[in-house]
Design a protein around this ligand. Structure first.
Ligand code: SF4
Ligand code: SF4
Length: 448
């Protein structure tokens, strides 16, 4: 039975965060063991920008001992929701389940006062109107492709014309990777190669399908090589993370329901995801339903059945047992952990184990592999200063390994790292683990 805040009894029960299960705050014993794993603490050295400090601030607000002043709000806004503090915490504090509902509550309060942060043009047109729709994204990227092809983007950069764009559009333009032909849309069904071992459904998402479709193809081919029939439901939609994390509850819940109905989890052995951020959201659907529509047990149970089938592709292949990839890839690779894979889904060893099975591939360990690269959902657009500091730190650690290829299991990290490499004038291939496995199965040469 969730416990209410002591202050929730009072007429001020509408205060921000008062609907959070108070026991979650009490799990924190203030030991501080999480502090050194927190990127924003490491960068600022300010306890209020670390997990322990933020838990203290949120609890004090819920208790009515502290007002949500702009300064307090700043400490909380700066949190990347990377959840590194969760894997570091010996007390099992579910930090994500404190900061996420707290932020949702904060946004509801803002909206009630007519100052909703998610009502500006950027949220309405870009985050909600463009990113979650693969087709719109593909159409919007056509002029960008043309600009890249004609090198107009580089010219605009050189002449400083890019600086005429609003900051967030400028950052979006700089984040956009070199757009490759991703191949045709994946069909609705791909057969297993060799004896059938499983039937799986592939989640293709929105931005990932528009920008990284080649990774989806690689993932599907790797699954086929491992004896999997792959179904790719056409009616699937965005995972809803963009909406959920910015307080747009109704569309987030609608997307969760659509995906659960579309994937028909009972008909497959697993729903496969190759993007850490989407996988983390899909695995959280039952909790999201419980939070956004409390008391609707039928919905929570339906979403729970879907969640029980969701697997990151590396997690699934490790469970299934990888068919040994035959082709040699003689490269030095460095693997960097995506926060929503290692911290939110606790998938740490599986991608490394899969990569270690590729003949000739040398996987070099790096410093701080689990410290956020600064992509953090849309933080690279909304918190540019912290994002820049973190990617600088990440790039230094990555390049110290002198890699031919940087491997990561999340499109957000991939875009962030590629943009930093371009800005630094470094030409290093950035790939998903499935792209390397795919090359090995196909005995093809890597592009470096
Ligand atoms: S969140 Fe966990 S590690 Fe951090 S201070 Fe609280 S109990 Fe300690
Ligand atoms: S989620 Fe990440 S940034 Fe936020 S407090 Fe935890 S470790 Fe720090």
């Amino acid at each position: 039975m969730p416990t209410a805040s002591p202050a929730a009894e009072s007429p001020a029960s509408a205060r921000i965060g008062s609907d959070i299960d108070y026991d979650r705050f009490l799990d924190c014993i203030h030991c501080g063991l999480c502090t050194a794993s927190c990127p924003t603490y490491l960068e600022t050295g300010d306890e209020n920008n670390g997990p322990r400090g933020r838990i203290y601030l949120m609890r004090a607000i819920v208790d009515g001992r502290l007002d949500l002043t702009p300064q307090v709000e700043r400490h909380l806004d700066l949190c990347l929701d990377c959840r590194a503090c969760e894997t570091a915490c010996p007390s099992g504090v579910q930090y994500g389940r404190l900061i996420e509902p707290f932020r949702a509550s904060q946004r509801h309060a803002d909206a009630a006062q007519g100052r909703a942060k998610n009502a500006d043009w950027f949220h309405r047109l870009i985050l909600y109107g463009l990113f979650p729709y693969a087709l719109r994204m593909r159409l919007a990227l056509l002029p960008a492709k043309l600009m890249q092809w004609l090198r107009i983007d580089r010219l605009m950069e050189r002449l400083g014309l890019i600086n005429l764009l609003p900051l967030r559009l400028r950052r979006m333009q700089r984040l956009l990777p070199k757009l490759k032909p991703g191949g045709p849309m994946l069909p609705e069904f791909l057969p297993a190669i060799g004896p059938k071992r499983a039937r799986v459904a592939l989640f293709t998402g929105c931005v990932a399908d528009a920008v990284f479709r080649h990774t989806h193809w690689a993932t599907a081919r790797v699954l086929q090589q491992n004896g999997c029939e792959v179904v790719i439901p056409r009616a699937q939609v965005c995972c809803g993370a963009i909406h959920y994390h910015s307080g747009a509850d109704t569309p987030a819940l609608r997307m969760a329901q659509t995906n659960a109905a579309t994937f028909d989890a009972a008909s497959v052995d697993a729903v496969i995801v190759n993007v850490a951020g989407c996988g983390s959201m899909l695995k959280d659907y039952a909790h999201v339903a419980h939070e956004l529509d409390p008391g609707n047990d039928e919905l929570a149970s339906r979403l729970g059945q879907f969640v029980s089938k969701v697997r990151d592709v590396s997690e699934f292949l490790a469970e299934l047992g990888l068919v040994t990839p035959p082709g040699e890839i003689k490269l030095r690779a460095v693997y960097q952990d995506a926060c929503h894979l290692v911290h939110a889904q606790r998938v740490r060893e599986q991608p490394r184990d899969l990569l270690s099975k590729i003949p000739g591939l040398q996987v070099i360990p790096m410093m701080e592999p689990e410290i956020c690269c600064g992509a953090a959902g849309s933080s690279n657009l909304t918190e540019p200063e912290m994002s820049d500091r973190l990617i600088e730190r990440k790039l230094k650690n990555l390049l110290e390994t002198n890699p031919h290829v940087i491997v990561t299991g999340n499109v957000g990290c991939s875009m962030q790292i590629q943009a930093a490499l371009r800005a630094a004038g470094r030409d290093v291939w950035v790939a998903h683990p499935m792209e390397l496995l795919d090359l090995s199965y196909r005995r093809e040469k890597p592009p470096v």
